[in-house]
Design a binder for this molecule. Sequence first.
Ligand SMILES: Cc1cc2nc3c(=O)[nH]c(=O)nc-3n(C[C@H](O)[C@H](O)[C@H](O)COP(=O)(O)O)c2cc1C
Length: 337
Amino acid sequence: MQDVTDLPFMRLMAHYGAPDYFFTEFLRVHAQSRPEKHIVRSIVENRTGRPVFAQLIGEEIPHMLRTVQELLRLPVAGIDLNMGCPAPKIYKKNVGGGLLRDPAKIDELLGALRAAVPGLFTVKMRIGFDSTDHYLRILELINRHRVDLLSVHGRTVKEGYRSDVHYDFIATAVRTVRCPVLANGNVTSAARAAAILRETGAAGVMIGRHAIRNPWIFRQCRERLAGNVVFAPTFADVREYIGRLYRETQTAEIPEAAHVAKMKKYLNFVGQGVDAEGRFLFDMRRATTEAELFAVCDRHLLTAPAKPFADEPYAGVIARPNCETPVESCSLDTVTA
Ligand SMILES: Cc1cc2nc3c(=O)[nH]c(=O)nc-3n(C[C@H](O)[C@H](O)[C@H](O)COP(=O)(O)O)c2cc1C
């Protein structure tokens, strides 16, 4: 996730129970682009013990191939192509989710990337741009170009982040493509992961926002799928996570106010599991200093430290009110504060 899945965040996830593998934030590819340093760092300095796929977003084949060559010199598990980003400033350039309008372009791009990547070449996609008319054709292209792994976020670009997820379309992908499919979208808990795997027949799940809210989710999925007791974090555990998140993501160059603002991006998601009325979010969004932020956390989380942290996000507690709408206004850069 852009601005989220950097090296400190991957380290944190590994601390609480790493996923089987990571995908980087997308690397933007265009005529002047060079792989962003902090994303390269999340690959090169990664000591989580988990493979890392480098994700690209772009459409111009010569620049995509140049970037692939640079990335293949790094210890990447594979190269992933983003065909899903719904931010208008991205899709208007016909990259990310914008590609889904143009199967001929996808054909060309997948062909070129497949030829350039001797190891694992993977794709992350949504089920369409504003309709699913091209979906089956794109799945055929996934087969034709021998994509090694397909992650499907079961929404169209225009559906943004909050509509129902169309798991039936993910099941169609599972039936149609020859590679393994990861089901993505609202995998909110280990119980939901198990249900979604049953419903779609997918080989695995990809988890985004819900790992920010609940960093134990990967461990919980593993425990649930193995039939073991599933770890149940308390409010005290969540308070410890927030403290660790603050320390891990802090650098000497970031002033306190900017770091507090960055923390709010993560806490927007954590707050979905704290209380049903959004009181934690209301108070947290008003903090401007480290001391204020942690005073809010202590008040909401340490008054009853043994209270169980909700398994599922509370319905109606919205992490990013300006962004999680199904249409135009969504920008990945939006900070809700
Ligand atoms: C802040 C944010 C940044 C994201 N950045 C990326 C990205 O760089 N690449 C990508 O493939 N998906 C990105 N996504 C989409 C997620 O990977 C995922 O497909 C989507 O949020 C639905 O899954 P979830 O319900 O598990 O979050 C991003 C989502 C969010 C909320």
